[in-house]
Design a protein around this ligand. Sequence first.
Ligand code: GLN
Length: 196
Amino acid sequence: MRIAVLALQGAFIEHEKMLSKLGIASFEIRQKKDLLHSFDGLIIPGGESSVQGKLLKELELFEPIRKLITEKVPIFGTCAGLLLLSKQIENDGRVYLATMDITAVRNAYGRQLGSFYTAESFGTMGKIPMTFIRAPYIKDVSDSVVILATVNSKIVAARQGNQLVTAFHPELNDDLTVHRYFIKICGGEQLNRIID
Ligand code: GLN
């Protein structure tokens, strides 16, 4: 099992640390040739969606990554990563990879509440810590999207097949629930014994 982490901008090192705590090997995608390595899943970190979107295009990573997602390679987008995967961003004319049937709202909590911390349920996996930094939320999902978490009635985590997104940053807290869940998507249920 090896997980690729998109390392163009933002909080990618924190994801690598979470994976290493789970005993999972990772490597960074910084340029096109990095995609030649084999891997079981890809993480798109938080940061700035517009910057990451621009760099993905400039570095010619955009189309190959989009293709991998449509070929069902497991993908986990946090915060800006969620925006990059959204088919629609309500308050931003741009879309990026646009592979997931969700409508997001960017910088959705206003200036006062730009960053905050809470704890809420994640799927059936109990309450987990959630750190939000100038975060989006998900306003709308299609029928094939499973809602995994809400905060104040706003959707903050969801899954559609191979695609998992969180509006919060699980890599900024010690709790490994979300990464463990992603690893299960990447490796199938046979990995359960190792990482439970
Ligand atoms: N506000 C950022 C954006 O629009 C996302 C913030 C984050 O990833 N923490 O891309």
